[in-house]
Design a binder for this molecule. Structure first.
Ligand code: DP6
Length: 351
């Protein structure tokens, strides 16, 4: 009996305009549009192989060698959508093997620590959806597939593209217009770089899903963010990318990270993701930019204390040099810890 299989890799993406809040939990529809930069697969990626065979007894998922449950409603939503698309193809062409009726075996591996708070669910769901789509030979383009990955994890929809990516929130109730689109390919701004500062690799305090639900329910500031702040920032940030205007891009990125952590603090009870080291990094970057008289480095923090710093290659020595010096001075950090600073490339278009 044949086993059919396909392998893909999907990269991690880091939002510069944050997704935080769902207007529909089942379909994973966001309360605002977001923008991200996709990081290099050389550094952070998920490798997934999807196989189907009539001999498989049940759907199975192995994550980093461990058998994991496929029961979650999110995973089931992705598998259901993909099988439906495959069975539509099969009904149009009866020479096609009935893969939609076979059980699936999915083997997934991250080349970075899953618990390090480095957006592993985004790469994970993007790779899962893309691998099965490839196995099923689906004709849908990446934006179409992003609507399926979105149901796995919101931020995953953006990992189907390289370079600079927008997730348009859409306004339809069925979510058919809530999808990822390319803002610009990586070649557009090849000198933009990112560095990850791993402040802590502990598991998150409050998972993103429950954190954002609490914010939507309890924060007053949140309404201001989604209605007044983000819609304008979305257009401005896209423009700053198209213009390769680091000064503007950096300012908007830092402001949006701060706005996101402000609505977390305004949730009741408050949600804290930044720790003292994160705050010292924020101060350091502002001090550097002040000394330079322009923005040459920009920080952003997701649902955890680790920082991602964006900068232009031309300023690499200045930015990373300062961070290295500084890291060696922070309590609890020693020279050996500088390995926790990873310098990353931005990823190309084809995942
Ligand atoms: C702070 O995509 O992990 O990283 O849709 O519930 O799976 P779910 O949430 P998730 O949230 C990511 C939140 C963020 C911001 C972002 O990536 O845009």
């Amino acid at each position: 009996m044949s086993v059919y299989s396909a392998s893909v890799t999907a990269p991690v993406n880091i939002a510069t305009l944050k997704y935080w809040g769902k207007r529909d939990k089942e379909l994973n529809l966001p309360t605002n549009s977001s923008i991200s930069v996709t990081l290099s697969q050389k550094d952070l990626r998920t490798l997934t192989t999807a196989s189907a065979s009539s001999t498989f007894k049940q759907d199975e998922l192995y994550l980093n060698g461990k058998l994991e449950s496929l029961e979650s409603a999110r995973t089931q939503a992705c598998l259901g959508d993909l099988r439906k698309l495959r069975s539509e193809l099969e009904s149009q062409d009866d020479k096609l093997e009935k893969l939609s009726q076979f059980k699936l075996r999915i083997v997934s591996e991250n080349n970075f620590p899953t618990a390090a708070g480095l957006a592993s669910s985004a790469a994970g769901f993007a790779a899962l959806v893309y691998a099965i789509a490839k196995l099923y030979e689906l004709p849908q383009d990446m934006s179409e597939l992003s609507k399926i990955a979105r149901k796995g994890s919101g931020s995953a929809c953006r990992s189907l593209f390289g370079g600079f990516v927008a997730w348009e929130m859409g306004d339809l109730e069925n979510g058919q217009d809530s999808k990822a689109v390319e803002v610009a390919p990586v070649e557009h701004w090849p000198t933009l770089k990112a560095a990850i500062l791993v402040v802590s690799d502990d598991k998150k305090d409050t998972p993103s899903t429950s954190g954002m639900q609490a914010t939507v329910k309890t924060s007053d500031l949140f309404q201001h963010r989604i209605k007044e702040v983000v819609p304008q920032r979305f257009d401005e940030m896209k423009q700053s990318i198209l213009n390769k205007d680091f000064n503007k891009f950096g300012e908007l990125t830092m402001r949006d990270s701060n706005s996101f952590h402000a609505v977390c603090l305004d949730s009741y009870p408050p949600i804290f993701y930044l720790n003292d080291t994160s705050k010292k990094i924020i101060k350091l970057i502002h001090k550097l930019n002040e000394t330079e008289g322009e923005i040459i480095a920009a920080y952003t923090f997701d649902a955890g204390p680790n920082a991602v710093i964006y900068y232009d290659e031309a300023n690499e020595a200045k930015v990373l040099g300062l961070i290295h010096t500084y890291f060696n001075q922070v309590d609890g950090w020693s020279k050996a810890d500088t390995s926790k600073l990873s310098k990353l490339e931005i990823e190309g278009t084809d995942p």
